[in-house]
Design a protein around this ligand. Sequence first.
Ligand code: AGP
Length: 590
Amino acid sequence: MCGIIGCVSDKDCYGALYDGLKRLEYRGYDSAGIAVLGEKLSVFKKKGGVSNLSAFYARGGTGIGHTRWATHGAPSDANAHPHRAGKIALVHNGIVENYAALKAELEGEGERFSSETDSEVIAKLISRAYRKDLLSAVREGLSRAEGAYAVAVVAEDRPGELVAAKNKSPLVAGKGASGLFVCSDIPALAGTADFIARAEDGDFIRIADGRIDFFDKNLNPVCRDFTRPREELRALSVAGGGYFMRAEIGEIPRALEDTLSALKNADFAPCARALRSAERIFAVACGTAFHSALVFADVAEREAGVPVLCCTAGEFRYRPPVIGEGDVLVAVSQSGETADTLEAVRLAKSRGAYVVAVTNIGSSSIESLADFCIVMRAGAEIAVAATKSYNCQLLCLYYLAAQLLFFKRARLPEWFSALDRLPEAAQAAFSCFAEADALADRLKGAGAMYFLGRGTDLCTAKEGALKVKEIARVFAEGYPAGELKHGSLALVGEGFPVACISTCAALLKKSESALAEVKSRGGYCALFSQYPRALAESCADFKCLLPALPEALMPAVAVIPLQYFAYKMCIGRGFDPDKPRNLAKSVTVE
Ligand code: AGP
């Protein structure tokens, strides 16, 4: 969600904060702000993107910055961070769940608030506790806050000092040539920091006297290891300009190649016992990652004969799930920081289940919580809409399903060796772009559309629909092709667009019947399949031939033209694909 950054430098820190916020902007872009501590504490904050801050400059080596994804209070100058209270200024990512009660109490004691945010409440609490010892004041102020937070705080009479703290929201510290930093995540510090260390829940960080110190919840010093950021997280700009989303779609073959070689070198032995004895598997994730979990559930259940219950992480937590010892939870998260997914992992662990995580970010929170973690090698994904990470998640999950079969039945699935061809097939799927382009051009004025599929094609349909909703702002629904006539067909009239993904030979005819139902009501039909005959015999108005792979692996390539289609729809409708309305890349609040 929000991005926070803090810097202590012996040079002016404004530029480092601004650049850091630019790199963090994918976390939220409703409003942004910077506080710089030089001879005095100067705060500048504005509704809108980080570039609005370029109108401001202040000298000083200590500062904090924020890019906001609004939770409490609309995007506005007043609700933007940093929040000032007395001598301190604070930036916050997270949600203070008991803020209303705290605010009422503080108002009762005469405090006046200048924003509607929950964050200003903790700024006030810290300010009231502040007596020259910033670290103790932050601890005392936060001791009353319930919920999730990562904060960075400076005090106007303590230049050269910054204190940060974390509970359930991500926070890393970094050391680089331009200064010492705290920041919401590793990719945003990559290129700036040569060494990074991840804070754990309950940690406090103090930067002062040219060093970074970590403390536990009782302010006892603790050691957190500084390591070099992974090389592939360094490149955070698009060569030659353009959109990250387009560049990231173009990187899919390379990302799959890198992920494949990482998987080949990975040692799955540590999770052998848990997989071998698992009688039930649960798969949880959110959004795009959930769609990859759905594919996993289908493939793993089919191959290994183990029931796999797949559930969005937010629902899983509140069911409550019948999970316990002997069960395996597979949690998928590109960022490794999604609050709902992390809570599902914590819940599963507290019940004694074994947790396997799939993530793109090594040393993310999910990696530290999981018993076994598969780190894909998609490289930094900046566009809010997930693309290459989805393809790589699928690859990791295919691999995991294969290991499951191997540990249970001492054999690998028939399609296993075809995983080597996935990068090449992804490259071949780029030849569908001209058609996807034409389809986007035709449908860019549509008010709604369906994506139909059956089996794993339904997962692809859901992902295609999510992309269209997310960036092109067109209502879209991924729907089981067989369910259409049970209600949803009522929306289909003259020209209503329906895209059907049909990659399973046994279901081709069934999908075609669904298209025929649409066609006979005047709908506009698009069909995506790797079977030339199915295309030739279809009534569809638009036909796209996908590269062929074993059917189980088709979701990893069939989605590529849909990702591109959504991107082109978005451009055609005049939106920014990298910054979709109301969204943020990393959803670190519930
Ligand atoms: C997809 O395009 C999204 N922006 C979103 O659905 C995302 O996949 C979801 O929030 C989960 O994120 P994660 O993979 O980082 O956990």
